[in-house]
Design a protein around this ligand. Structure first.
Ligand SMILES: Nc1nc2c(c(=O)[nH]1)N[C@H]1C(S)=C(S)[C@@H](COP(=O)(O)OP(=O)(O)OC[C@H]3O[C@@H](n4cnc5c(=O)[nH]c(N)nc54)[C@H](O)[C@@H]3O)O[C@H]1N2
Ligand SMILES: Nc1nc2c(c(=O)[nH]1)N[C@H]1C(S)=C(S)[C@@H](COP(=O)(O)OP(=O)(O)OC[C@H]3O[C@@H](n4cnc5c(=O)[nH]c(N)nc54)[C@H](O)[C@@H]3O)O[C@H]1N2
Ligand SMILES: [Mo]
Length: 745
């Protein structure tokens, strides 16, 4: 369907400028403004917003940040403090009654806090005592696997490397991380297909591609800097297709807030040329239908040389797709046959195609299978390892990819463990650890675990809220290394600690002087990040220093001298380089403007799979039929939140003001179910386990969303997600496919 940009709100523009200005004023204008000037600059810090890459140095403007980057930065540089006054005023029970917005907007955590069970209040505690409490627990574990080390993807390479080293010396591979809930399906699917779980495109490819297909992603909100690339592509005459159940403003039109002429004329620029409203979960069947049409009509135009030379399994895949029945595929795809044909023709008329995707594809019970289908589509025309073409899983957290690269993995590769053992002279554990789903199950069933969170907000990010809370409360100790107060701090184990850390924008001074850390973006570029601001309080420590403190209190310096390693972070990087040769000349390379690129085989058509080929993979599209009067619900982000942090209760691009407990429904469904726009409903989800999962008093909002589909914000709607409904290979929870019914309040 060709897009008409007059039909929706425009992304960016004066609204974006007003909103970021408002947020900067709220949190402290001058400090934020000064800080912004070094966001994503060569000698500055990496914007903590998202993992979208930075342009080459020559192409960088003074302002390499977006509206939501401004919010992420203001949030960190805020003058507000979550200090001992807050904790002496409220019990944890009272803090738990605050809504998400109020909990997450208390400002920066000011010092370490320890939970006093008797008064139900957090109290100040010294760093030394904090480390010794954690050390006592970690030294007295019944078995090493009773310790669980969670990581969120803002953590630097240096901190992540030390963290996994400490965990492995303790003797466990229990490293669940936010990626398990995010792009894990991309990692698993792409590894099976081409041997690496990372994207195969660079920013320059966006300048050359003829077609960009965007599946299940809302870049206007979540990766706004990507809109500039899409806008340029559109101007060049490239086609941009978006496939999404909800017509997202940022996918349709955009005014660049840093483009003066566009701002003055207020002239919106189209982003997508074509939009296809799909039902949640139907992308896999849609791709199969597209491929079937191609094989039936344009088989001679597929890239036979590439298939012959580089791939395995094509004939079998072809026969499988050709044997599928059109009526079933059309029904499963949820689009019309002429729409499928239109996409197939667009794909065939492009010689360079990029497929982008995010959570709309990965957070499904068939997430891995869907990613493998995207890869099949790309392979059909040799769209990998070719200029202007490739796979682009658009990552979330700014260093989620880097954390994985340096060893945050519950199922580490043998090669990696061997190197760790050799460099540090110990034997690391071989049995696989827990991912997020299994960590929750283990905490719940076995109890008495020690949970440490390096960033993030596990309680609010994980599925099945009630069960997850019970799991955390069953721990003997919960520890959170955080910048801001969040729900996880309020769901305490028998003992609980909050350890406040420096943010990206802040000066990190260790024994040898000012330190820099490093991160890896969505396109495998590693670069340094150096904060300049005076830290929010004197009592903060850097993430590496906190890990070293815990390691020292637990292990002493018998195997590794963690305290020495953090005296100068270049020593940590030397160790990373010794373990991972891809970081050759690490300390030298990060001095280069823009950093350096990690080797990525498939970009060069070197396939890292066991058979050294790119594999066509066969999967069966699931039956997604629901019962009469049931709807599919997806849990999504508003424009004014960052994951579990709610900056404001608005969702500007979707026209929502000051409310979050809402459910977007198609007007036809509202009518069919006998509701009215604005009605309050209770939402119940349905799984075979028959546990009662319900959220109450959500307001119906009539919206341009595909019939049969509904949308609500996370974390408010997360209690509806079952822990047991996840992909069977990636274990990513099915946050985007929840079978629900509504009842009027
Ligand atoms: N400002 C801001 N930036 C962020 C974040 C944030 O919260 N705020 N979070 C960061 C993180 S960690 C991540 S992972 C990314 C997330 O970035 P996104 O994946 O863009 O985030 P979601 O809000 O989950 O949006 C999913 C999109 O997929 C669509 N969708 C849902 N289900 C389906 C489906 O089955 N098929 C198709 N085709 N579409 C579907 C939804 O309508 C929505 O547009 O953003 C990162 N950047
Ligand atoms: N229902 C539902 N649930 C989801 C999703 C969904 O789409 N639907 N999306 C999933 C996805 S994609 C992801 S990635 C996860 C996110 O899961 P997490 O990464 O666990 O959650 P965040 O909300 O990003 O974490 C926010 C907290 O991180 C801390 N923080 C911020 N900056 C720093 C820092 O620099 N250092 C440290 N140490 N701490 C810091 C702050 O205290 C803040 O409260 O949520 C998942 N959960
Ligand atoms: Mo994410």
């Amino acid at each position: 369907m060709i897009v008409d940009i007059k039909t929706v709100k425009t992304a960016g523009g004066w609204g974006a400028l007003k909103s970021s200005g408002h947020f900067m004023i709220k949190e402290g204008f001058f400090k934020t403004f000064k800080t912004l000037l070094s966001a994503n600059q060569v000698d500055g810090f990496d914007c903590p917003g998202c993992a979208w890459p930075d342009p080459k140095e020559k192409d960088r403007s003074m302002n390499e940040y977006c509206e939501n980057g401004v919010k992420a930065i203001s949030f960190e540089t805020t003058d507000k403090r979550a200090s001992k006054e807050l904790f002496s005023k409220y019990t944890v029970k009272e803090l738990n009654e605050f809504d998400v917005h109020k909990i997450t907007n208390q400002g920066r955590l000011s010092e370490p806090f320890y939970y006093n069970k008797i008064t139900d209040k957090y109290e100040s505690i010294s760093w030394e005592k904090s480390f010794s409490i954690i050390g006592r627990h970690l030294k007295n574990l019944n078995k090493a696997d009773d310790a669980i080390f969670y990581t969120s993807g803002r953590t630097s390479n240096e901190a992540a490397f030390l963290y996994q080293l400490m965990g492995r010396i303790i003797g466990t591979n229990n490293f669940p991380d936010c990626s398990n809930m995010c792009h894990e399906s991309s990692g698993v699917g792409m590894t099976e297909s081409i041997g690496i779980g990372k994207g195969t495109v660079d920013l320059e490819d966006f300048d050359k591609s003829e077609l960009i297909m965007i599946f299940g992603q809302n870049p206007g909100t979540n990766h706004p800097r990507m809109l500039s690339e899409l806008k340029k592509a559109n101007e060049r005459g490239a086609k941009v297709i978006s496939i999404n159940p909800l017509k997202e403003a940022g996918l349709v039109s955009f005014i660049h807030p840093q483009d003066i002429s566009q701002m003055i004329t207020n002239k919106a620029q189209a982003i997508s040329t074509h939009y296809y409203p799909i039902k949640m979960g139907s992308d896999m069947a849609l791709i199969q239908a597209i491929v079937k049409y191609i094989l039936e009509n344009f088989e001679n135009d597929i890239d036979k040389d590439f298939i012959q030379e580089h791939t395995f399994g094509f004939e079998e895949y072809k026969n499988e797709i050709l044997s599928k029945d059109w009526d079933t595929l059309i029904k499963q795809s949820s689009l019309q046959k002429d729409e499928i044909i239109e996409i197939a023709k667009l794909y065939m008329s492009s010689s360079k195609t990029i497929c982008c995707w995010a959570m709309g594809l990965t957070q499904h019970a068939h997430g891995v299978a869907t990613i493998e289908e995207v890869m099949n589509l790309l392979l059909l025309k040799g769209n990998i390892g070719k200029e202007g073409a490739g796979a682009c899983p658009v990552r979330g957290h700014s260093n989620v990819q880097g954390d994985r690269t340096v060893g945050i993995a519950e199922a580490p590769k043998e090669d990696f463990l061997k190197k760790i053992d050799k460099v540090f002279n110990f034997t690391s554990p071989r049995s696989h650890g827990y991912d997020v789903v299994h960590a929750i199950q283990a905490m719940h069933e076995e109890k008495n675990k020690v949970f440490i969170g390096l960033g993030g907000n596990f309680a609010a990010a994980a599925p099945d809220t009630k069960y997850t809370y019970e799991a955390l409360r069953a721990c003997t100790l919960t520890v959170h290394i955080s910048t801001h107060l969040n729900k996880s701090h309020l769901i305490c184990g028998k003992e609980a600690l909050i350890l406040p850390c420096l943010g990206r924008t802040e000066l990190d001074i260790q024994q040898s002087g000012v330190q820099e850390v490093t991160v890896e973006d969505s396109m495998s570029m590693v670069h340094s990040s150096k904060g300049k601001n005076i830290p929010a309080t004197r009592d903060l420590k850097s993430e590496p220093a906190i890990i070293a403190g815990i390691a020292d209190a637990t292990l002493g310096n018998k195997k590794v001298d963690f305290i020495d390693l953090i005296s100068d972070y270049s020593k940590i990087r030397e160790k990373i380089e010794e373990v991972l040769p891809t970081f050759k000349n690490y300390n030298e390379n990060i001095k280069k403007p823009g950093g350096f690129e990690l080797y990525n085989g498939p970009k060069n058509r070197v396939w890292l799979t066991p058979n050294k080929k790119a594999n066509f993979l066969i999967n069966e599209a699931p039956d997604l039929e629901l019962k009469e009067n049931h709807l599919i619900l997806m849990t999504i982000r508003s424009h004014d939140q960052f994951n579990t942090t709610v900056y404001e209760k608005d969702d500007r691009y979707r026209g929502i003001k000051n409310q979050r407990e809402i459910i977007f429904l198609n007007p036809k469904d509202i009518k069919k179910l006998n509701f009215k726009n604005g009605d309050l409903v209770n939402i119940t989800s349905h799984y075979s386990d028959e546990v009662n999962r319900e959220v109450k008093n959500f307001k119906i909002i009539s919206y341009d969303i595909k019939e049969g589909c509904a949308g609500a914000y996370f974390p408010e709607a997360t209690p509806l997600v079952s822990l047991n409904h996840h992909d069977s290979k990636s274990f990513t929870p099915s946050y985007k496919f929840i079978d629900i019914t509504l009842t009027k309040v």
